[in-house]
Design a protein around this ligand. Structure first.
Ligand code: GLY
Length: 398
């Protein structure tokens, strides 16, 4: 069936759930690959966030480097593997990293971006939820406090990058100012604050999360439900001063993975707050995202590329979106179109052209890093989370 208003776009016709014969081998592949990956990470806490050939251990980024936001995609996969298999190996390897996580959230908390949410939701919070061990609760709470300290009261935003005692980032482009900037990815860090609010009863954490989420609704989401990557603020007035971009094609473009962070991020905020405006935003963002897809199903990495640019696909954006659609379905907010799209996206990235079944390759999903075809640790993680969700293996850790 073809949409006559958009003849290049085939409507989704598959309303069936993805077959277990597709889901189970893909999940098993993730389990088998993280077996080696988690041990390598625990032996030496270094791994590249992405790799052209899927080998995350060739040009590794240290866990304590300020820009590291991806180590926990390996630990998150290991804990999904432990929960599914009961094999203590995965837990024991993950626990070897506990001192490093404790140190990063403690003495070294200044050397962490807003990605405390990505890092600690898939480590300390996941471990606490699975084991009940208070040590992980304490570390998670320290990470939440570190994240809360990045909140800018006037602008209602959590500062994305850089140490909070410096205004210029020591990494990335020389002289890049970071004290006045929030990015769309930050929505995925809010569950750490909601969790801390629930654990401690401290309203402060809840309020910061809600104020940041409301700011994103107001300033990042465009009237057509595309999203901006970054917004800068005037620190004197707290008002937005400029749109900026470091991940999409341009300031005005429509970065697919940024939209995915927003779809899932708002669905998660709805889960913690039950505020319908987050649920509705997630649904509208998802529908606009789906309207951009063509017969390949997997999104182009940016939906507003100039025609001469190669249409590199970002399977990680597909995986994150599937997780967001699963969250909407759990909250009875996914209509038939969204459920069908969830199944279609997941089924598509489980096919041989996206899934790497070579067990010698650490990477699982041939996804994308910006405009480069690559493997990414986050793509692998969200694929495995999506598969676990579809197979009924329990709640996500966020
Ligand atoms: N959070 C960084 C990215 O999605 O590339």
């Amino acid at each position: 069936m073809t949409d006559m208003a958009n003849p290049g776009r085939k409507d989704f016709v598959n309303t069936e759930a993805v077959a277990p014969t597709t889901l189970k081998p893909a999940f098993e592949l993730c389990v088998r690959k993280v077996h080696g990956n988690i041990q390598r990470l625990a032996d030496e806490p270094k791994a590249a966030p992405w790799a052209l050939d899927g080998n995350y251990f060739v040009h590794p980024e240290g866990f304590f480097e300020i820009g590291n936001w991806t180590s926990s995609f390996f630990t998150g996969m290991a804990l999904l593997a432990w929960r599914a298999t009961g094999d203590e190996y995965y837990l024991q390897q993950t626990l070897r990293l506990a001192p490093a996580y404790r140190e990063k959230a403690g003495a070294r908390f200044l050397d962490m971006h807003h990605d405390a949410g990505f890092l600690y939701s898939l480590y300390s919070i996941a471990l606490y939820k699975l084991t009940g061990d208070q040590e992980h609760r304490e570390t998670g709470l320290r990470a939440a406090e570190a994240l809360a300290q990045r909140f800018n009261e006037k602008g209602n935003f959590i500062r994305a990058w850089g140490r909070i005692d410096e205004s210029i980032s020591p990494i990335g482009p020389v002289g890049l100012r970071t004290d006045n900037m929030a990015i769309i990815d930050g929505l995925m860090n809010l569950p750490l604050l909601y969790w801390a609010a629930n654990e401690t009863g401290r309203q402060k954490y809840f309020d910061i999360a809600v104020r940041h989420a409301d700011m994103v609704l107001k300033h990042f989401i465009r009237p057509d439900y595309s999203v901006a990557h970054a917004i800068r603020f005037d620190l004197d007035t707290g008002l937005p001063s400029a749109v900026d971009n470091y991940c999409g094609f341009s300031k005005d473009s429509y970065w697919a993975r940024g939209a995915s962070w927003a779809i899932y991020g708002f669905a998660l905020s709805y889960g913690y707050t039950r505020d319908r405006k987050y649920r509705d935003a997630s649904v509208r963002l998802a529908k606009e995202f789906l309207a951009q897809l063509d017969e390949e199903v997997v999104p182009v990495w940016d939906f507003r590329l100039p025609p001469e640019m190669p249409k590199v696909r970002d399977a990680s954006a597909a995986a994150v979106t599937v997780c967001g659609l699963q969250a909407l379905a759990k909250h009875q907010a996914a209509d038939k179109e969204l459920v069908v799209a969830k199944n279609r996206l997941l089924e598509r990235i489980c096919r041989a052209d996206y899934l790497d079944t070579n067990l010698n390759c650490p990477g699982v999903l041939k996804s994308a890093y910006g405009d480069k075809p690559a493997y990414s640790s986050w793509g692998d993680y969200f694929l495995m989370e999506a598969l676990a969700g579809e197979l009924g293996m329990g709640e996500p850790f966020w």
